[in-house]
Design a protein around this ligand. Structure first.
Ligand code: FMN
Length: 362
């Protein structure tokens, strides 16, 4: 179960009959249409070209409970999506072999049994459940004026313009299959990903995320810090290997006089509520609590482990074997990770927005 007040559980295996989520704790009276969930699922859907797997799923959600006449009831919201386009025969050789870089062996060590078809629940397909739940959280957050936007800032070693750069184009992100902020970058990514695909190899990348409209005060000051909870949420995604907030790891090499964000009075404002900062090296969080600035973080994803190049591995008996991975895989997961990062961010923020309502009387 993920979350404290806005709680989510996901279910389903990649090649089982269906995947889905149950959200418990979503307040009653939220206007929620099926289209809100469909829109987000469409953004994560496979088979969209670019760096994505060719698995072609329609990912049509069905709301089983918790919503009546497009309004939440305050009861558990169950959403299910049927799996249709799975080719389980492609995974037959995974019964006894462990894919390098994947979770086959660790799942087996843990449970003594695993669903080898499509990676079971360790598959990237599990993230659709998070996107469905995140879509509900996003609707809740929209009511508070909070907007989450993620994009690919680096793919296969190609760095894209940062938001301050003149060639950073926000509108371009959802127009190209790599979700990079510029057409020229998308063309470079296309050539690089096509070359990797031809070689049967894969690549990693970085997803950047920015959240506007976050009020000051979200996050708990000790264990459940906003950055700690967000980091845990993002690191819970397969292939995510690191998260940094604001200046992140670069802050470790800078001086206090360079890194401190200087508070100033916001233009036209007066008093405590109109405080602003000259810079945002903190990424919008101080002491685990949102400062009211733009929330900014980056997530690093490793190269997709399933590659079609022949690789050495070991079988159940410990014998050295050569393996060629069949099945349809993302050459790079980051373009499809964009809506998933947004979803996890939404789930954490929705939880903290609700918790904050109990934090003070005035
Ligand atoms: C959106 C998304 C899509 C993914 N697609 C694939 C894929 O097609 N093939 C694959 O081998 N891994 C894929 N992964 C990564 C695996 O799920 C992940 O590497 C694996 O579970 C092992 O976990 P770890 O890398 O976090 O240790 C994907 C991850 C995400 C977030």
């Amino acid at each position: 179960m993920f979350g404290e007040l806005f709680r989510v559980v996901t279910f389903g295996e990649s090649h089982g009959p269906a995947m889905g989520c149950v959200i418990d704790g979503c307040p009653a009276g939220l206007l929620l249409a099926k289209a809100d969930i469909e829109r987000e699922l469409r953004r994560r859907r496979p088979g969209q070209g670019g760096a994505s797997t060719a698995r072609n799923e329609t990912d049509e959600p069905e709301i089983l409970s918790g919503v009546f006449k497009d309004k939440t009831l305050g009861t558990p919201i169950a959403i299910v999506v049927r799996n249709a386009d799975h080719h389980s025969a492609d995974y037959e050789n995974l019964r006894d072999l462990y894919r390098p870089g994947h979770a086959d062996r660790t799942w087996e060590d843990k449970y003594g049994i695993r669903d080898h078809r499509g990676g079971g629940r360790s598959s990237g397909r599990e993230t659709l459940c998070r996107v469905a739940a995140g879509a509900v959280a996003k609707v809740l957050l929209t009511g508070y004026g909070i907007a989450i936007r993620a994009w690919v800032s680096s793919i296969a070693g190609l760095d894209m313009p940062e938001p301050e750069a003149p060639d950073f184009d926000f509108d371009e992100i959802e127009r190209n299959p790599f979700r990079v902020p510029g057409r020229e970058g998308a063309e470079r990514a296309l050539a690089k990903i096509a070359a990797l695909k031809a070689e049967g190899d894969s690549a990693g990348g970085i997803v950047s995320c920015a959240v506007t409209g976050v009020p000051p005060g979200l996050g708990e000051p000790v264990f459940d810090k906003l950055d700690a909870r967000l980091a845990a949420a993002i690191l819970s995604l397969g292939a995510c290997k690191g998260v940094e907030f604001g200046a992140g790891f670069a802050a470790a090499r800078s001086r206090g006089s360079e890194n401190n964000d200087i508070p100033v009075l916001a233009e036209g404002g007066a008093g405590r509520l109109s405080l602003s900062f000259k810079t945002n090296n903190a990424g919008g969080i101080l002491g685990g609590i949102s400062s009211g600035q733009r929330l900014e973080f980056k997530a690093a994803f490793k190269p997709t482990p399933s590659i079609s190049k022949p690789q050495q591995t070991a079988d159940r008996g410990g014998a050295v074997r050569e393996m060629i991975i069949q099945g349809r895989h993302d050459v790079c997961v980051v373009p499809r990770a964009v809506p998933v990062v947004e979803a996890m961010t939404a789930l954490v923020l929705a939880d903290f927005v609700l918790l904050q309502r109990a934090a003070r009387l005035v």
